[in-house]
Design a protein around this ligand. Sequence first.
Ligand code: ZN
Length: 266
Amino acid sequence: MKPAKKPDKPGQPERILPKQGGYRKLKSFQIAELIYDGTVCFCNRFIDRRSRTHDQMVQAARSGRQNIAEGSVVSRTSKKMELKLTNVANASLEELLLDYEDYLRQNKLVQWDKNSPEALRVRGKYKSDVSAASDVSDVYDFTTAAAEVTANTLICLIHQATYLLKRQIQRLEEDFLEQGGITERLYRERVKVREAAGVPETPQAPQCPRCGKVMVRRVAGRGPHKGQPFWGCSGYPDCTGTRPADQGGPANNPDESNFQHEGGEA
Ligand SMILES: [Zn+2]
């Protein structure tokens, strides 16, 4: 084992990303919320409510928004978890992007070129829009524009969001390399050793969304979910953080499952 690195230099500028919990100020959160709201509107107007596509698109959009927020909340306790959640957010939005492209192709509608005047207009609107995402004025005409325009507008916005998320991921990876906590450094060493030995990484239990401690598999003993498994904080009873059973853990190897949508498909 290598000797532990020296502690981080004091006074180093590390506040590139907002403070923990400051996600409402994150540009990626704001645009992901706009995409979520726009997708709910699009699906209600143009996709059969009873279809799987309707659910999948709304869930992907929600997962994008939600994982950005959760990633920001765990930022202080675990860079590793923040990185993981930010990656899930990005993957969810990439999946949603494909859904919109499918919609256009299958309905014989035109997908805008990314440098078309229409796409440039959406980007210009996004860049000049300083309002919060929860703006009620429907700047992008989600409630009135035709399906082709709405889908293309959302595609443009998703490209903006994934661009921001990829930059965030890159920065987190850099921060992580320089400032990763001791457990995270040890974890990385272990992964390297395993990879060198050709042993695949075992899926990890998730970390508590409240305090960052590792979670343990539990079964509800009472209440409406009696008998059903869930993740509980190992710090219980001091911490009562929980996660749904389908988040992380051996039952949900990310290589096999789709993406980690809340309440997603089994
Ligand atoms: Zn906890």
